[in-house]
Design a protein around this ligand. Structure first.
Ligand SMILES: Cc1cc2nc3c(=O)[nH]c(=O)nc-3n(C[C@H](O)[C@H](O)[C@H](O)COP(=O)(O)OP(=O)(O)OC[C@H]3O[C@@H](n4cnc5c(N)ncnc54)[C@H](O)[C@@H]3O)c2cc1C
Length: 409
């Protein structure tokens, strides 16, 4: 793939019109965190048939799994997505990130990471009960691994526990920085089985929890530097009693560590489209400003130091777009990026977004520091890309470990 197809461009224009009509005029409300993003996201999904497509894809997949379970057909996953389809899924991400990257985070966790964790390891019953309403955003989802004492070392420092009892399990623990935590209807809670063994060796288990479960408290949204259209919160679990039907896979032998790593890979892959949206918007705003802002009697775009900034922004935009094209081609070929490649893409994308948004603030001078000109918001939002889904430092070590273990130079 070397460029967006005509159909992609047509959809992009339609999504852009939606974002400019529904989100841009209310940006201040979303960005003050006063208005949760879910209603407008549901409206967008309905307007473009994204919810219906997700429902149909899910039902086809489930029918195949049921047939396979009955022994009627091979359990093979049929490859359904063309480059057109994958592109269609990424375009709303890119367009939303022109204004509200936080919405993409809230949406991605709710319709992406959370149901994916259930679909990849859950039973058919669990998928029907919890995954479908998440895929359509009828329900809001959260995926909770981070704790006050464990972030980068998510498994090593994990203190949340599941203890067996006669009815199933008793869950305890605190989770923090959880996207959609304050509003989530369905939560994937990751913890360790407390069977008295060495904590480092304990099995990792994932449970599905519903809002309102006795013993579960969801905090208010936390105050933060940016990404205000994505509510982030804490979860407190105190003796939460659950039956075995809430354990993903309904067996303790599900490889939950591998499942969580697959989720990391998925999260990381998604960052490039977010970065592209932010970079596109900063570049468009900066070019316009460089043409119209007059200093020393001429547009600032005539100064070579300003030209250098624009040129570097364009290089970042091209690189990010090429990463996206590769992702589209891989997904259409039924291939997933390995963790090291996803880490490399994430590292580059996050750093490019931070560099470009900071340079945009600089190009705008004093106006760049003012909220009115939007680059200030994008700059604060971009910073999180270097932190969540694994920090830059963790991506570096992941890439290096892969190189060193493969013996490559
Ligand atoms: C807005 C937002 C949304 C989030 N959403 C979610 C969510 O939905 N679900 C969820 O579970 N989590 C979520 N997180 C948590 C996020 O994944 C963690 O913040 C992130 O993994 C980093 O962990 P930490 O904050 O504990 O930092 P730490 O792990 O304490 O890191 C502190 C510093 O030490 C560095 N460091 C740590 N280990 C190493 C090492 N081995 N080598 C070199 N440097 C190292 C880090 O890179 C960092 O610079 C979210 C975070 C934010 C900010």
């Amino acid at each position: 793939m070397i460029e967006w197809s005509e159909q992609h461009q047509m959809i992009r224009d339609m999504v852009r019109r939606f974002v400019e009509a529904e989100i841009k005029p209310r940006l201040a409300d979303f960005e003050h965190g006063d208005v949760p993003p879910y209603d407008v996201l549901r409206k967008m999904m309905a307007a473009f048939g994204i919810d219906e497509m997700a429902r149909q894809r899910f039902q086809r997949q489930l029918e195949r799994e049921k047939a396979a379970a009955r022994g009627d057909a091979p359990a093979k996953t049929v490859r359904e997505r063309t480059a057109e389809d994958v592109g269609m899924q990424l375009i709303p991400v890119i367009e939303l990130c022109h204004y509200c990257p936080g919405m993409v985070t809230a949406l991605g966790v709710s319709v992406g990471l959370t149901p994916a964790a259930i679909i990849s390891r859950g039973t058919i019953r669990q998928k029907e009960r919890w995954a479908l309403p998440l895929l359509t955003l009828e329900k809001i989802g959260a995926w909770a691994i981070t704790e006050p004492g464990s972030g980068s070392d998510a498994f090593g420092g994990m203190k949340s526990t599941a203890r067996r009892n006669a009815e199933g399990y008793v869950l305890n623990g605190n989770k923090t920085f959880i996207t959609n935590g304050p509003y989530a209807d369905t939560i994937v809670f990751i913890c360790k089985l407390d069977d008295g063994s060495d904590p480092k060796q304990r099995k990792v288990l994932s449970f599905v929890l519903d809002k309102g479960t006795p013993g579960l408290t969801q905090s208010k949204p936390m105050r933060k530097m940016g990404l205000h259209s994505s509510p982030t919160g804490e979860l407190f679990l105190e003796d939460v009693h659950v039956g075995p039907e809430r354990l993903i896979g309904e067996t303790e032998d599900v490889p939950a560590r591998a499942g969580a790593k697959q989720t990391f890979s998925q999260e990381r892959t998604g960052v490039a489209a977010m970065a592209l949206g932010m970079v596109e918007q900063c570049l468009a705003l900066s070019v316009n400003y460089a043409r119209t802002r007059i200093q020393f009697g001429r547009p600032i775009g005539e100064f070579q130091l300003i030209q250098l900034k624009l040129a570097r922004m364009e290089v970042a935009r091209m690189n990010l777009q090429n990463i996206i094209f590769r992702q589209i081609e891989m997904a259409a070929a039924g291939r997933r990026m390995g963790l090291a490649e996803a880490s490399a893409c994430k590292l580059y994308a996050a750093q490019a977004a931070v560099e470009v948004t900071l340079e945009a603030v600089q190009l705008f001078g004093g106006n760049g520091y003012m909220a009115e000109f939007q680059v200030e918001q994008l700059c604060r939002d971009a910073k999180v890309l270097q932190i969540y889904a694994g920090t830059d430092e963790i991506q570096v070590s992941q890439i290096a470990r892969s190189l060193l273990t493969a013996g490559a130079v």
